[in-house]
Design a protein around this ligand. Sequence first.
Ligand code: MLT
Length: 403
Amino acid sequence: MAKINDNFLKLPGSYLFSTIAKKVAEYTEANPDKEVIKMGIGDVTRPLVPAVIEAMHKATDEMGTSEGFRGYGPEQGYDFLRNAIVEHDYKARGIDIAPDEVFVSDGAKSDCGNIGDIFSKDNKVAVCDPVYPVYVDTNAMAGRAGKYIADHWDNLVYMPCLAENGFMPQIPDEKADMIYLCFPNNPTGVAATREQLKPWIEYAKKNNAVILYDSAYEAFISDPDVPHSIYEIEGAKEVAIEFRSFSKTAGFTGTRCAYTVVPHELKIDGTELNGLWNRRQCTKFNGVPYVIQRAAEAVYTDEGHKEIRENIDYYLKNASIIREALTEAGLEVYGGVNAPYIWAKTPDGMKSWDFFDKLLKEAGVVTTPGAGFGPSGEGYIRLTAFNTLENTIKAMEKIKAIL
Ligand code: MLT
């Protein structure tokens, strides 16, 4: 008899953003005349920039010629894109990363989940709390999270990120082997400085742990003390894998392109993780389409860079409008300065899902309940800055009116 992976049966409910989408769909079906402004899932709304579109068109035309046609590409990504990444995202910041340490993929979400393939089931996993649910759910699927009891997994190390500690995870007392860090953070929107990251590198070295560093939101950093890459910290190449994405940086959520850096220095018992990840990708992945990789390459041209910068600034302006409006409405507000996410405390100790319902039903605004990101997210909601300026202003007026 075939057996299923029964770890899936331990997962509570559905994936957070699917649950929210279902709730919103039910509400709009029941209230077809009510306007709903979505500030829930962090999905971009600005169109792809002209430099990207132009590169896509050109690559599409090439694919229609005998000389320019490409079949399977390299599983790790085309050299033109790996070189551009190394040049612009690393060398330009004084970081020495080799092109063969960069693996182009279809998303940071997939990579953050798939990376578990190269780690033993017996590793102890530490996550921030609240946390991007992908790290938790994928480890639960792999059997590393233990059992789900009430609101948490009994084999994960939760690192509470609370207002009292500036939403910064503290070094855990117990030993962890795999540590997920995400800065600028999803969901709290706070960013770690170089000084705040240093102890994590020391901890990982001392405990032979690996840091899984998600920097999908680095393009939103406006503070010079905040590093864009974990590799800005000395010694990080020996202990960290970094995930990056074109999704939020360049509006590729529907286009799909990202990359993961696995340095050669990163070894466990003498085995390079770079080789394992390469083996995994070659076996399970056939690469990102040529047209999309050319589009991603265009992000690094002068034009492309200028154009995506305008979009990022547009979203950051929305973030500051949200911060200001919620503060005026009397809420405690965090994030939104180096990140597209704003983390707000619910009023009068309301539960996150109750406040989510109130905002949806009374203001027509979709948010994400903090409790969906982990036990320490209870009592908070997350809003995203990924909307039009007009909708952002309108949503904030509606929220202010009901609070
Ligand atoms: C979010 O809303 O947290 C993000 O959209 C999730 C993602 O990038 O997968």
